[in-house]
Design a protein around this ligand. Structure first.
Ligand code: BG6
Length: 496
């Protein structure tokens, strides 16, 4: 099944050079994304793909492994023979060190196509970004058409993110830098813009006069898997809130951009980030909760604690965080944004709940207080939008009502294949569209807010609350009276 290409811009011939070319992300996401766009005929005939590896991985093993990942990556009918055609475009190049001598083979390979644009995709730890960019420049492999893609984490503090940036801009200008946040490539996340800015109905009530609170949840049932070393140095705040949750918050809270162009959108997101209220010692105690999973069970299956998973006796790293965030601007004054995310929670789901205020005057006082409407935007695993509204119960008994949900399930409404987030993002890089990528000033504004939490956690010595693996996590601890997290599982969902 092909994606409609009616309005798509042509992609110019390119060399894609993937550093970390035999890594997990490259195999799971980057190559399959390029492959599926190749199947969709969205890539030009003229392109080359170079997998940069540090050690010499056997050619046969590499391609067999990659074939498995590609075959598992999407369930739709396509000609499997295209995998071999795609592989013919690929080549493995070993680069042990970032020296001109070690870049010789890559340089020769790139210079065979002098008119192609070169995209350098850095799927490596961020301390390698500087040396790679520097060596590319020294080798004469960077020109006005070149682009560089950076995978998170982009440092672990404001200072380190600035330091990385200083190194990269010696080789690439800001308009050549693409900082990936894969949440922005998800179809349902992009739909937030359409929902807000193509529907008159919502935009006029999209402010604190009508919206009581917003809840954003990204819950995962998985633990830290094999990433314990990385995760223990980062924790939920840096791994998820600093990027994905803040980006979702920006899309919900931003003003309509004048145009759908990169800097127009990014300017509006930046204003939101700059309006986030910073935390101090007292505020983090009141408005944040951090947690760590202990042993638990799901459907009778026993789950390890975080410490068992990372094989350590002690760790203060949070695997869960919930935050009551305040946006101090005209539109959102007095509308808290609740954010929560955690590993080993009861289920994997991401959703945004917009809680509208109740009606101004209750003409059905005998029925008690009227709950406000809710707009529920379910991002994953199902893609769905729901509007919860009060409806009269049929039959006698006066005006009895209950909340009923109007649902729009994406799968029922569209027959197109739902592309993976990376497909959209990589194609945007090839086309030179930076709208869905973070600019450095956005990143720095996000760090300033995050660091106010990190610093205040340190000063207040706020401890992790233990929560059982497979539970809902301790998010309720930051809720105001009369507020609760809307729902945590499919069962709660059915209960409405
Ligand atoms: C990544 C985090 O950025 O996002 C992971 O580093 C997390 O810890 C992942 O599991 C979640 O992404 P998704 O698309 O599965 O919600």
């Amino acid at each position: 099944m092909s994606v409609s290409l009616k309005n798509a811009m042509i992609i110019k011939p390119f060399n894609a050079v993937v550093y970390g070319g035999d890594g997990d992300l490259a195999f799971r996401k980057i190559y399959p994304a390029l492959f599926h766009r190749f199947v969709d005929n969205q890539l030009p005939n003229e392109f080359k793909l170079f997998a940069i590896t540090r050690t010499d991985k056997k050619h046969g093993v590499f391609f067999q492994e990659l074939r498995n990942f590609i075959e598992q990556s999407a369930a739709y009918d396509y000609d499997k023979g295209l995998i071999d055609v795609f592989f013919k475009k690929m080549r493995i190049i070993v680069v042990a060190n970032h020296t001109e001598a070690d870049y010789h083979e890559l340089k020769t390979a790139i210079e065979e196509q002098p008119n192609y644009q070169s995209v350098y995709y850095l799927s490596t730890p961020s301390d390698a970004f500087g040396p790679i960019c520097d060596c590319l420049k020294r080798c004469g492999l960077v020109n006005a058409k070149s682009k560089v893609v950076l995978e998170k984490p982009l440092g672990n503090s404001l200072a380190s993110s600035k330091e990385i940036h200083q190194k990269i801009i010696k080789s690439f200008n800001e308009n050549q830098i693409y900082r990936i946040d894969h949440y922005l490539g998800k179809e349902t996340v992009q739909n937030l813009m359409v929902l807000r800015f193509a529907n008159h109905l919502f935009e006029y009530s999209w402010n604190s006069e009508h919206i009581e609170s917003v809840q954003i949840t990204v819950a995962e049932s998985l633990g830290v898997e094999k990433r314990g070393d990385y995760y223990d140095h980062s924790g939920a705040l840096l791994d998820m809130v600093q990027n994905h949750l803040l980006q979702l918050l920006c899309l919900i809270a931003m003003e309509p951009p004048a145009k759908l162009e990169a800097d127009f959108v990014r300017n509006e997101k930046l204003k939101v980030l700059n309006s986030l209220r910073l935390y101090d010692k007292d505020a983090v105690i009141k408005d944040t909760v951090r947690g760590q999973y202990s042993r638990g069970a799901v459907n009778g299956v026993q789950l390890n604690s975080y410490l068992e998973d990372i094989e350590k006796y002690a760790s203060n790293t949070e695997t869960f965080v919930a935050i009551k965030a305040h946006i101090d601007n005209w539109r959102w004054k007095n509308t808290p944004f609740y954010l929560q995310t955690g590993k080993r929670m009861s289920a994997r789901y991401s959703e945004i709940v917009i809680n509208f205020r109740s009606v101004k005057h209750n003409v059905f006082p005998l029925q008690g207080e009227i709950p406000g409407n809710q707009l529920i935007i379910r991002l994953q695993p199902e893609e769905r939008i729901e509007l919860v509204q009060m409806t009269k119960l049929p039959g006698p008994g006066g005006y009895r009502y209950k909340p009923i949900s109007l649902k729009l399930d994406y799968v029922d409404s569209f027959t197109e294949r739902f592309p993976e987030a990376y497909e959209r993002l990589i194609v945007d890089v090839l086309r030179g569209n930076q709208t869905l990528f973070m600019r450095q000033d956005e990143l720095e504004a996000a760090w300033i807010w995050i660091e106010s939490i990190v610093k205040s956690w340190d000063e207040s010595k706020l401890k992790n609350v233990l929560y059982e693996a497979g539970s809902h996590g301790p998010g309720d601890l930051i809720m105001d009276k009369n507020q609760k997290w809307l729902r945590h599982t499919e069962d709660d969902f059915k209960a409405i």
